[in-house]
Design a binder for this molecule. Structure first.
Ligand code: PDD
Length: 282
């Protein structure tokens, strides 16, 4: 792993107990993936990290600017060409007081975990079960902050219901999943909520929308409610760890015939092809 300027084994990593990330969730993160030693859409992830940092008034440092190179070196040292990568930047360590400390030094952490080579699940579009959950998160969900406690509770509620993901709604209007964005297909149209302050502007979501437009699919960005979700021809999730998944059941009731549909298949295949191309594997 990498922590504050050093590559080191996890057993040697020391994080200050007064790090504001631990005390206040005062920090931001990104999750991205490497395939064949190439970080997919790394510039987009770094740009979003910087937007999140700016929103919290955490200074972008030279170390943050070098995160892509640092990560490439880490994956090289660990001989890990296929990886899930976690970037975390906090405001730093300081005596516990709510207001910003003077001259804090941001804590920069990079972790990675091995994942399967893409080819192994290339053919496979996951069909998943979802439950609905009221969205009780704060109003600035576009910031990818460390404050994920409501997402943790929603994901656990999904697991306890035998489901894979929780889909949030605010007063009946769908926002997003606990770790994914939500798209629906209806009568041949692809519909998703605009990336406003209430959701994370998913990198996968944005890429899938571009691929849909390139494929000539009609795309509509507008809010939709839980009734439209449950009655859609297809429901899809997008995210870095999910790529594209088809929701087959919502609260134990089938979406359409309860099987992944054609638009999910098409968009999943298009995204996988894009990843392979981008990472020089095609
Ligand atoms: N989650 N919405 C939420 C709340 C998320 O946490 C995520 C990503 C997404 C999808 O964004 P992207 O396509 O940029 O990954 C949407 C990551 C994977 C995580 O927290 O593990």
């Amino acid at each position: 792993m990498y922590l504050n300027g050093r590559f080191l084994p996890r057993s040697e990593a020391r994080l200050d107990v007064e790090d504001r990330g631990a005390l206040f969730a005062d920090g931001v993160y990104e999750v991205l993936r490497a395939y064949g030693s190439r970080l997919y859409l790394a510039d987009e992830h770094l740009a979003r990290l910087k937007r999140s940092l700016a929103a919290l008034h955490i200074q972008t440092t030279a170390e943050v600017d070098r995160l892509i190179e640092i990560t490439a070196e880490l994956l090289d040292r660990d001989a890990r060409p296929e990886a899930q990568v976690y970037w975390q930047v906090t405001r730093g360590a300081a005596p516990r007081a709510r207001g910003f400390p003077e001259n804090p030094r941001p804590t920069v952490l990079v972790l990675s975990w091995p994942i399967e080579p893409l080819a192994a699940h290339e053919q496979h579009l996951a069909g998943v079960r979802a439950i609905l959950q009221p969205d009780r998160r704060w109003g600035r969900c576009w910031i990818k902050s460390l404050m994920l406690l409501d997402n943790v509770l929603a994901a656990q509620a999904a697991a306890e219901a035998g489901a894979d993901e929780a889909i949030y709604h605010r007063d009946g209007i769908v926002t997003e999943g606990s770790a994914t964005n939500v798209l629906i297909a209806h009568r041949g149209r692809l519909i998703t909520r605009p990336a406003d302050e209430a959701i994370l502007a998913g990198i996968t979501r944005a890429r899938v929308l571009e691929l849909a437009v390139e494929a000539g699919l009609p795309v509509e960005q507008r809010p939709f409610d839980t009734g439209e979700l449950a009655g859609a021809d297809e429901v899809m999730l997008t995210g870095t760890s999910t790529n594209v998944a088809a929701v087959t059941h919502l609260d134990n009731r089938p979406i359409a015939d309860g099987h992944p549909g054609p638009m999910a298949r098409q968009l999943h295949a298009a995204l996988i092809a894009d990843i392979l191309r981008y990472c020089g594997l095609a």
